[in-house]
Design a protein. Structure first.
Length: 379
């Protein structure tokens, strides 16, 4: 990867503090490094000594700036300090002992995980806008860094728990490609009309559909007319064992089409999926769809991977974004590859003809599968 096309980020959490040892909610408190915390920073300085950073971006809180001072050791490097990189704000609960906190009943002035994720999103966008082609050091706090990594690697809020918490003075490297180099940049009018609604894991699918969590709960009944108003004409439900007729009736009763195809990584028989693919591709090709599964992530990833891999009318470069199969921000392709391979191995000549695929399609299948994982592994 060329330096001009890649943002190299070294993410570092501050050294251990007295407040860490006391197990209190630090939040926006300055924090005081322990002797161990200072030693951690000195050790990390040796590890990073040969790395040439173009700029340092950090929280403005003392426990972070003290850590950066040790890392710098007198070197003159451009340093941006920002309150935007502070730890989660615990509000009136700041300073409380962790064991005394009821995390299910937080004070009203506490920054929510949604607010923290959104703040980290803004920082991620600014880093990418201001520093592409550079190698930068970002020094901040544990909870904030988790949300920042999630945004930089396209992990949705609902999957935040998959990103491992960083230890004091741990360094974690990311290489970020410009999104325009990977995913198609066409605008999606449906997505723009729906983005203001509280739909979990809503995301565009190319420029003609959207994906998200199944709206089957009774609390989501009011959303169905809203998505119809926005232009959605078809709901595609990917659930298997948890599929019920009630949602089918809700959807059709307001004038939307309801389509169902059971897709998962291994439990559904490949033959059942293959027999449904011509219809499935037709539903997606028509556009104006909302494709969903129980969590809005994993089965939808698999479904869109099948669509891209076995439907050559989709240009090779139009790789769908995979949002659910990630751990610590990195793509886990095992489940997707297992399902794609099982379909390819089960295809008969009759299947190939029905899907308008050449008899020697395996070479194109391998090429598309490689492209799918290659592009999604960038993030």
């Amino acid at each position: 990867m060329s330096q001009e096309k890649t943002l190299h980020i070294c993410l570092v959490r501050h050294g251990e503090t007295e407040e860490n040892l006391a197990r209190i909610l630090q939040g926006h408190l300055p924090g005081t490094l322990t002797e161990t915390g200072k030693y951690q920073a000195l050790t990390l300085r040796e590890e990073l000594d040969m790395t040439k950073f173009d700029v340092i971006v950090s929280s403005d809180l003392k426990r972070v700036t003290d850590t950066v001072e040790i890392l710098l050791n007198g070197k003159e490097i451009s340093w941006e300090k920002s309150a935007s990189l502070r730890e989660i704000d615990w509000g009136s609960m700041t300073g409380m002992k962790i064991e005394e906190v009821n995390f299910k009943q937080l004070a009203e002035d506490v920054e929510t995980r949604e607010m923290l994720y959104e703040r980290a999103k803004q920082v991620a966008e600014k880093l990418q806008k201001d520093h592409f082609g550079k190698t930068i050091l970002v020094v901040s706090h544990g909870l904030f860094l988790r949300s920042l990594i999630a945004n930089l690697t396209h992990v949705p809020l609902s999957e935040l728990h998959t990103i491992q918490h960083m230890k004091n003075c741990e360094a974690r490297w990311l290489e970020i490609k410009p999104i325009a180099q990977a995913y198609p940049s066409e605008s999606n009018a449906l997505y723009e009309k729906l983005i203001h609604l509280p739909i979990t894991d809503l995301a565009p699918v190319y420029n003609y559909g959207v994906r998200g969590r199944t709206l089957s709960a009774s609390s989501n009944n009011w959303l169905l007319p809203k998505i119809k108003e926005a232009g959605i004409t078809t709901i595609i439900d990917l659930r298997t064992a948890d599929h019920t007729d009630r949602f089918d009736h809700k959807v059709t009763s307001i004038g939307l089409e309801y389509k169902h195809i059971a897709i998962d990584s291994k439990n559904t028989d490949s033959r059942e999926i293959i027999d449904s693919l011509p219809s499935f591709f037709e539903w997606l090709d028509k556009g104006n769809f909302y494709i969903a599964c129980a969590m809005g992530l994993h089965r939808t990833d698999i479904a869109l991977s099948i669509y891209y891999t076995f439907h050559p009318s989709i240009p090779l470069e139009n790789v769908p974004e995979l949002r659910g199969h990630r751990k610590d921000g990195k793509l886990r392709c095992d489940d997707i590859a297992r399902r794609l391979n099982s379909i390819m191995q089960s295809l008969t000549l009759e299947d190939l003809h029905k899907m308008d695929l050449p008899e020697d399609y395996e070479k194109e299948f391998i090429r598309r599968k490689k492209k799918l994982f290659e592009i999604n592994s960038i993030f």
